[in-house]
Design a binder for this molecule. Sequence first.
Ligand SMILES: *[C@@H]1O[C@H](CO)[C@@H](O)[C@H](O)[C@H]1NC(C)=O
Ligand SMILES: *[C@@H]1O[C@H](CO)[C@@H](O)[C@H](O)[C@H]1NC(C)=O
Ligand SMILES: *[C@@H]1O[C@H](CO)[C@@H](O)[C@H](O)[C@H]1NC(C)=O
Ligand SMILES: *[C@@H]1O[C@H](CO)[C@@H](O)[C@H](O)[C@H]1NC(C)=O
Ligand SMILES: *[C@@H]1O[C@H](CO)[C@@H](O)[C@H](O)[C@H]1NC(C)=O
Ligand SMILES: *[C@@H]1O[C@H](CO)[C@@H](O)[C@H](O)[C@H]1NC(C)=O
Ligand SMILES: *[C@@H]1O[C@H](CO)[C@@H](O)[C@H](O)[C@H]1NC(C)=O
Ligand SMILES: *[C@@H]1O[C@H](CO)[C@@H](O)[C@H](O)[C@H]1NC(C)=O
Ligand SMILES: *[C@@H]1O[C@H](CO)[C@@H](O)[C@H](O)[C@H]1NC(C)=O
Ligand SMILES: *[C@@H]1O[C@H](CO)[C@@H](O)[C@H](O)[C@H]1NC(C)=O
Length: 489
Amino acid sequence: MFRGLLHLLTVPSFLSVLAYGSTSLQTFWPAAVPLAVRSPYLSAWQSTTKGINVTSEWSRFWPNHGLLLGWTGHIRVDSTTYRWLGNDTWSTAGNLAGIEVTPTRTIYNVQAGPMDVTITFLSPIEPSDWVRQSIPFSYMAVNASSNDGLAHSVQLYSDITAEWVSGNRSALVNWSTATTDQSVYHKIELTSPTAFEEIQNQANDGVAYYSMTMGPHVTYQTGSAPTVRTQFQQQGSLQNTNDTDFRIIGPADQPVFAISVNLGSIQATQSSVVWAIGYVRDPSIKYTTSSGQTQLRSPYYRTQYSSVQDIISEFLSDYSNAETRAEDLDNQLMQASSSISNEYSQIVSLAARQTFGSIDITVANGTDGNWNTSDVMIFMKNMGIDGRVNPVEIMYASFPLFLYLNASFGKPLLAPLFEYQDSPQTALPYAMSDLGGSYPIASGENGTSSESESSWGIERKIWKYAHHDSGSCEADWRWFTDWPTLWPP
Ligand SMILES: *[C@@H]1O[C@H](CO)[C@@H](O)[C@H](O)[C@H]1NC(C)=O
Ligand SMILES: *[C@@H]1O[C@H](CO)[C@@H](O)[C@H](O)[C@H]1NC(C)=O
Ligand SMILES: *[C@@H]1O[C@H](CO)[C@@H](O)[C@H](O)[C@H]1NC(C)=O
Ligand SMILES: *[C@@H]1O[C@H](CO)[C@@H](O)[C@H](O)[C@H]1NC(C)=O
Ligand SMILES: *[C@@H]1O[C@H](CO)[C@@H](O)[C@H](O)[C@H]1NC(C)=O
Ligand SMILES: *[C@@H]1O[C@H](CO)[C@@H](O)[C@H](O)[C@H]1NC(C)=O
Ligand SMILES: *[C@@H]1O[C@H](CO)[C@@H](O)[C@H](O)[C@H]1NC(C)=O
Ligand SMILES: *[C@@H]1O[C@H](CO)[C@@H](O)[C@H](O)[C@H]1NC(C)=O
Ligand SMILES: *[C@@H]1O[C@H](CO)[C@@H](O)[C@H](O)[C@H]1NC(C)=O
Ligand SMILES: *[C@@H]1O[C@H](CO)[C@@H](O)[C@H](O)[C@H]1NC(C)=O
């Protein structure tokens, strides 16, 4: 099976190999590293083209030249505030000592005066659990330890802007903060969302969440960026206040949504300080069924959760287990791929989150009104290039990773293509190369068909791999027997 991984995993087109960074653990560099990458619309990256200055740059929505996503990370040590994320002017950049990229994590080591800070951006890959894989949340976890043997007064802070909510920066947003025994979270949404519409690659119908586990030294605040950030810089804590002057995303008088924790005088953190960031859309896909009906499909986690608040609490409290699962998966993937070469292992490390971050695992209601867990479909977006839905040649390139990790991804990824092709509505005598060009609308409309012969060859090859490697695709794949004349020799 591993041979397939080697032969088929194509190098993503955005990779550029740069040869700087003697301070880094990487021997080669992509143009950007993933920070929070879990779905086509939760896709935050940090550009590395300005070298070691990643602590002085805003993250961006994919593609790498996409819109800025305001996200800051600050540590205040003995009243001096250092920054590991973002590029606001209220703090001093920490010194980047290294970046490591594993399949699930991007880890920054930053020196903030007398404290060494490790920041782990963990975007879980959960190949054996569709509920967990479909939860559109990602972690930022911080450890700090003194580098001079002394204890220091330490506070941590992070905020996001409303830029995570929509690609239309003039759009009006509203927000609220909720506190429970388990967690504190900010919820930010569009006042007038437009369903299934993208603006500059970002969705225009989702809700952003920023959260932390509740604790006695946790404080929060919403308000304009200078007010909230200087409050932390000067006091080391926030005011637990809510700005209710709802306004546009920015940049004028830009609202920020902040959560802070005061660790007191410490030599080292006892456990990681964890924020979780999420972008939730439900329904996630507008699909046209074989009978021509429009079906709204929801993220798979809905089969288990009905409340986002529950997801947030459980996602946060699961951090250390999630970290252990991530380390196991990383070790497995990196061991297997580095037996080919170190460079190959680094490509796999980058491509893993990119691949899993391009899919939505969906479920629909059955005729009885309950979630039908036999009706699972997975949709893939041609990220950053165009909005093609389930593009066969991109799926082909990604299949080695799915097959290697869990071949049961195969059937639900192919199912919508086959259903559409089989539909009496369309009755196409050829294979589609995608389900249309307007993710998240999977209508088949405007699908490209010019490469139908090669599409067919690719689909057949994908099916053969899936069939060969797992029992999960041995179901009745009548599409392949119905059109024998179309099979390439
Ligand atoms: C990094 O930032 C420093 C200080 O702002 C600047 O002098 C240097 O040119 C930057 N490096 C790159 C590669 O942009
Ligand atoms: C960060 O902000 C400073 C001050 O506004 C600006 O001069 C610098 O170019 C920014 N850095 C990057 C990498 O964009
Ligand atoms: C693969 O995924 C399916 C569906 O989530 C799950 O039931 C199965 O246990 C997984 N298999 C492995 C080997 O992880
Ligand atoms: C962005 O939002 C503004 C304010 O609601 C609206 O006037 C404008 O048409 C929107 N732009 C796009 C591209 O949707
Ligand atoms: C802000 O909102 C939180 C959560 O709804 C609430 O507990 C708190 O009382 C509010 N604070 C103020 C000052 O209104
Ligand atoms: C924000 O706007 C949405 C959509 O109009 C609405 O459903 C929600 O109640 C509003 N929330 C607040 C806090 O005003
Ligand atoms: C952070 O600290 C925790 C608790 O000491 C530890 O389990 C974890 O491995 C550390 N993480 C990193 C990336 O150093
Ligand atoms: C659930 O989905 C399967 C597969 O599409 C279908 O055969 C079955 O009839 C559906 N069940 C209900 C209750 O709708
Ligand atoms: C599916 O059913 C659930 C409850 O059974 C309901 O909450 C949800 O809105 C339904 N979804 C759609 C798209 O009809
Ligand atoms: C298909 O193309 C037509 C003409 O360009 C356009 O009006 C329509 O919105 C497109 N449909 C989809 C689903 O993208």
